[in-house]
Ligand binder design. Sequence first.
Ligand SMILES: Cc1ncc(COP(=O)(O)O)c(C=O)c1O
Length: 475
Amino acid sequence: MTAGPPIDELHFAEAPSVETEIPGPKSKRLIERQERVDSSAVAYPKSVPIALEEGRGATLKDADGNVFLDFFAGIGVMNVGHSNPYVLDGVHAQTEKLVHTIDFPTEARLDFIEKLDEIAPGDLKGNNRVVFGGPSGSDAVEGTIKLAKYNTGGTGMVAFRGSYHGGTAGALSLTGGKKYKEEYTPLLPDVVHVRYPYPHAERGGDENAGSVCPVGCGALDGECCQSISCARALEDVREVLSDPYGGLEDPAGVWVEPIQGEGGVVVPPEGFLPGLREIADEAGVPLIFDEIQSGFGRTGEWFASEQFDVTPDAVPMAKGIGGAGLPLGATMYHEDLDTWEAGGHIGTFRGNVPAMVGGTRAIEYVQEHDLLSHTSDLGEYLRERLREAGEGANSLGEVRGMGLFVGVEFDDGEDRTGKEIVADIQEYCYERGVLVWTAGRRGNVLRLLPPLVMTAEQAEVGMNVIGEAIAERAP
Ligand SMILES: Cc1ncc(COP(=O)(O)O)c(C=O)c1O
């Protein structure tokens, strides 16, 4: 079987092509109409003022016919590209047959669960179960909270500063970003947020790298990664979980993004996740890796946990797993945790069948087109180009990421904050047909999350524009 056309046939060939001011007249009308009828909670068009009409591969067309190179993929959703024909064929066929089945068995549902096992990280392969609840990442995180509480009998939760886990009450409780929750507290009690290793932002960074790690975790086959930033974070977790005065009653688990997304594409030092695994095991609590943004091929492995050779106990996933951008959330967990009764995690939409077909087909497309290695190579290329661009830009503090999960942190300049610099770069790019996004605790990180089907030629053209933007707007 050939899973659909090769990646260079998926896109609007003319991208980037901008024929009007941005926003063009039609986009402007639709944005004004949206302001009249839609919620004031709408956010994205405030940063990138366009109305969308059509998408193909790594390209998007707006209402005025301008064509953009898409470097954010609906925030990491469209991993196999917009309107991937191989995925859509399967989705259409299933839609005509049967759409909603709650959790009655269908071929499509069981095929998808088996396909997820094929790509399961580490020791979860062959030893896992998958639960579906509501069709979002937030709901998958809620499922992990219930799973951890049910299995441990505990209530306390350890999460990290800089994290984002979703917008529902439990997921928001785990989230570090205060702006998302300040108006809605109190949320769940018993959540402690500890330091996530973030060498670039920490005072002194990793200047002590090379000295002996105070934790001495030995998590890397008896060695330590020698990052002081990693050591501080692990020390925090160890204290909370095992110090009699650690403050957290009865812990149920530890929730972590293996690479923080909204927090600024922060990649932890290599000893952090292995060290966390050791500490969670000693404390007898499940370790939950939120792979909603970092998973499904984004880093060049199916799951970011594989980059660090650590197997979590549970993995909430969403975003890309519906293949065609169809909403689907799921949690994979070790079968030993499969202790709950029927109805342990529920939701009317606990597994939409066309989305499951989309997910299976997306996995096949990635496998048949060898997109994991393409993702690794293209990601290296993007980071290399960004480092080159940074040579002339004093405010460019750090380029980081794995695969096509890329972050560029801008420090405050003399006359503008890092956040303002990133917003200026974003504007320069969309005016020239390249869509980029932002992230970071202070909004000061340029985040690139292109579809994994972006071609090398598209990446080069896009990087020319992004490089110019950095030269112009972040000198
Ligand atoms: C790491 C992470 N967890 C959870 C979520 C929440 O997913 P959703 O927006 O589908 O509820 C997100 C969304 O950006 C995310 O990046």
